[in-house]
Design a protein around this ligand. Structure first.
Ligand SMILES: Cc1cc2nc3c(=O)[nH]c(=O)nc-3n(C[C@H](O)[C@H](O)[C@H](O)COP(=O)(O)OP(=O)(O)OC[C@H]3O[C@@H](n4cnc5c(N)ncnc54)[C@H](O)[C@@H]3O)c2cc1C
Length: 370
């Protein structure tokens, strides 16, 4: 019999950061993860961008989330002897005079000032980049090779015995009289934490939470004519992956959407890349994944209203790479010390949507299973 404090379901960026955080606090964990090459975390370009969108909005809690993320990824690099985090400027290319005016005006103020290079400095010419309307450099961002990081962590976990590649089976979870769990007659756990990404819409304990899956696609392209020292951004992003390879992303599609990649997304992303460069490129790959988006665009952390040892860490939407490391600390503080998660992410904010019923009764008790 394996005895752990926590079973974690899912090893995307949410489960991986939480497992690392709890293990770092000396806790025994067991992670169960379905091998799913197109999970959101594995498809993501891994961009960390503190300011984004047409309105040039500062990302929620960027000043706190970004340094925590950078510290987490650097710590994993040191431990595992492999580079995952590529800190590099993001070149925001203006798409209209209106956008140019808005962004330049905004970037003179705090807190934007901390994240942009001097907006009055004329933009130096970049080979291959269409920059007729100019642009400005966003600092302190970059990208993370998420797939490589998760693979390295999973390999470590498999070897050390704290991760297995298997699909969690609801029928195998049996509640014990002291609120702990027995899973598949072989694992005894005090707590279970669900980090299943968009698959959480099938989770019988948390179906009441407003998770709306959002499908996204990315293209991998080979392009010899672009510099590999900054990310380009104009309607889409172009992330340099080394060896003249780039990832272009991403599309957003709400349900209903077809599974897998589509010719429409390929065309849309190719067009957006054409808008940024006059250099020829060749599409070498296309992938689709599903983001765990939430109605109010904020993550979901907390404990089931009726099951004190059943928890969720999810809802990372389109910014999981930047948010997960700090939120894993927030989640661990809740689990370990009872420090309430921030109100913006606490699932308590959706409590009015919860109604006790068959879908939320929790795992079978030993009596009902025998
Ligand atoms: C095309 C695209 C591009 C993106 N680009 C970026 C980007 O540049 N920057 C950024 O920050 N974010 C980006 N995102 C968003 C980011 O990918 C998500 O925020 C993040 O990956 C969500 O992580 P997660 O761990 O919650 O979910 P997931 O990555 O989906 O991981 C969930 C894991 O749980 C496993 N699982 C589910 N159910 C079970 C079960 N029953 N048993 C066992 N295992 C289970 C799955 O196999 C999976 O491994 C992008 C997303 C997409 C789709």
């Amino acid at each position: 019999m394996t005895r752990v404090e926590y079973i974690i379901i899912g090893h995307g960026i949410a489960g991986a950061t939480l497992a690392a955080e709890l293990r770092g606090r000396g806790r025994q964990v067991l992670v169960l993860d379905t091998t799913q090459p197109d999970s959101a975390s594995r498809v993501a370009a891994g961009l960390m961008n503190p300011v984004a969108g047409k309105r040039f909005a500062l990302a929620w809690r960027a000043a706190e989330l970004l340094p925590a993320a950078a510290a987490f990824y650097r710590a994993q690099e040191q431990r595992l002897g492999q580079q995952f985090f590529f800190e590099m400027p993001i070149l925001k290319l203006f798409s209209s005079v209106g956008e140019q005016n808005t962004i330049i005006a905004r970037s003179a103020d705090q807190p934007w000032q901390d994240f942009v290079a001097d907006p009055m400095e004329p933009l130096a010419s970049r080979p291959g980049v269409r920059q007729e309307l100019g642009g400005l450099q966003i600092q302190h961002g970059g990208y993370v090779r998420v797939q490589e990081l998760l693979e390295a962590l999973a390999a470590e976990g498999e070897q050390a015995g704290w991760l297995t590649h298997e699909t969690f089976d609801w029928t195998q979870l049996v509640a014990q009289p002291d609120s702990s769990f027995l899973y598949a007659d072989r694992v005894h756990a005090r707590h279970i934490v669900f980090c299943e990404g968009a698959a959480a819409i099938h989770n019988p304990y948390f179906q009441w939470l407003p998770i709306t899956p959002n499908q996204g696609e990315v293209l991998d392209v080979a392009c010899a004519g672009l510099l590999e020292t900054e990310v380009l951004n104009k309607g889409a992003y172009v992330v340099p992956l080394g060896n003249q390879q780039f990832r272009v992303g991403a599309t957003y599609r709400w349900p209903p959407f077809a599974e897998g990649t589509t010719p429409e997304a390929r065309q849309e992303l190719s067009q957006r890349l054409h808008d940024m460069t006059d250099q020829p490129f060749q599409v070498t790959g296309q992938r689709a994944g599903v983001r765990p988006a939430v109605r109010d665009r904020k993550p979901l952390l907390g404990t089931h209203p009726a099951l004190s040892n059943v928890h969720i860490f999810n809802g990372l939407g389109s910014k999981g790479v930047m948010m997960a490391p700090r939120l894993a600390q927030v989640m661990a503080d809740w689990l370990e010390k009872g420090v309430e998660p921030w109100p913006e992410v606490n699932i308590q904010r959706y409590l009015t949507l919860y109604s006790p019923g068959p879908a939320a009764t929790g795992p079978a008790s030993p009596a009902s299973c025998s």
